[in-house]
Design a protein around this ligand. Structure first.
Ligand code: 5RP
Length: 293
């Protein structure tokens, strides 16, 4: 292991230079993957735009029934036409998603914490690869706590899932978690996002932060950005527009859709930003038109 003495701070991100190893397949870092992996990735990242709108409703795995997710059976069919991927737990998907709804599936496979604890960083791999195969998952999502007490076990969980994913050609989504004691700085997200990518995931979910372009440039796989806590709709639209502008390949948005006053119209609007390049102003106008119809 390189010693940490005199570590030089990275600074040459060549932000304006596109990713060089991408002459075979449109998803970043997936050139050398096999057909099955690429097939799953094409169920997540739209082949035309290269981007994705993941609707995240996996919050129940540690929050129980949270506001806006009380009735997944009613909500999910309404949002399905406007999102590319359902990101949820095995229990939510098996009970509330009709199999005939052809949607990408990002299956949350790690769990083990609840909001009753302070330290959420100790999870296990709760869903095995056979279950991911049975559910035809297009990605397996693993929470990864860099810098927290559960760092080693979460990287072990991530590695186990990646290893199984390569065996059976199912991509892994590395979910960068931000524990209470972690700093939401670009320094943290640069470290955490790159560590997760170096473990061998096919995509990373992380958060927006300062110098986000540098995080994108330094990450050899696509980044999707979590919406995070509920914002006013206009601000959530700006978040989506801003991270897409800076190189994210999509959003993994939950609360800013399911806690919106108009979840369906919000999903429609986020879809316009991610796939049609709407600015936040255009999005806000579209959203107003939709809700005033
Ligand atoms: C919950 C998650 C969510 O999938 C992720 O944070 C996206 O949801 P939101 O936009 O509500 O943050 O990892 O643990």
């Amino acid at each position: 292991m390189a010693d940490l003495e005199g570590l030089k701070v990275a600074k040459n991100y060549h932000i304006d230079e596109p990713f060089a190893n991408q002459n075979g397949f449109y998803v970043k870092g997936a050139n050398s993957l096999d057909w099955g992996m690429k097939k799953h990735l094409s169920n997540i990242f739209n082949p035309k735009s290269g981007n994705t709108v993941m609707f995240a409703f996996d919050h129940g795995y540690f929050m129980g029934s949270t506001a806006g997710l009380e009735r997944l059976d009613l909500l999910l069919p309404k949002l399905a036409p406007y999102v590319d991927v359902f990101m949820g737990t095995r229990g939510a998907i098996r009970t509330c998603v009709a199999p005939e709804i052809s949607k990408g599936i990002a299956l949350r496979v790690s769990s083990g914490s609840s909001m009753l604890q302070d330290d959420l960083s100790h999870e296990v791999v709760a869903v095995d690869i056979e279950e991911s195969i049975r559910m035809n998952a297009d990605a397996m999502a693993v929470q990864t706590f860099i810098g927290a007490d559960g760092q080693l076990s979460s990287i072990e969980n991530l590695s186990k899932v990646i290893n199984a994913g390569f065996r059976y050609s199912i991509p892994t989504l590395g979910v960068v978690a931000v524990g209470k004691q972690m700093e939401r700085t670009d320094r943290f997200f640069k470290l955490a996002t790159r560590i997760v990518a170096e473990m061998g995931v096919q995509m990373v979910k992380t958060y927006d932060c300062e110098n986000f372009e540098e995080i994108v440039a330094a990450c050899p796989v696509p980044i999707v950005v979590a919406g995070g806590k509920k914002l006013p709709e206009r601000e959530a639209m700006f978040l989506a527009y801003d991270v897409m502008r800076k190189g994210a390949k999509g959003v993994d948005m939950g609360r800013n859709i399911f806690q919106s006053t108009h979840p369906v119209e919000m999903a429609m609007t986020i879809n316009k930003i991610v796939h049609e390049g709407f600015t936040d102003e255009q999005a806000w106008e579209f959203f107003q038109d939709m809700i005033n119809q």
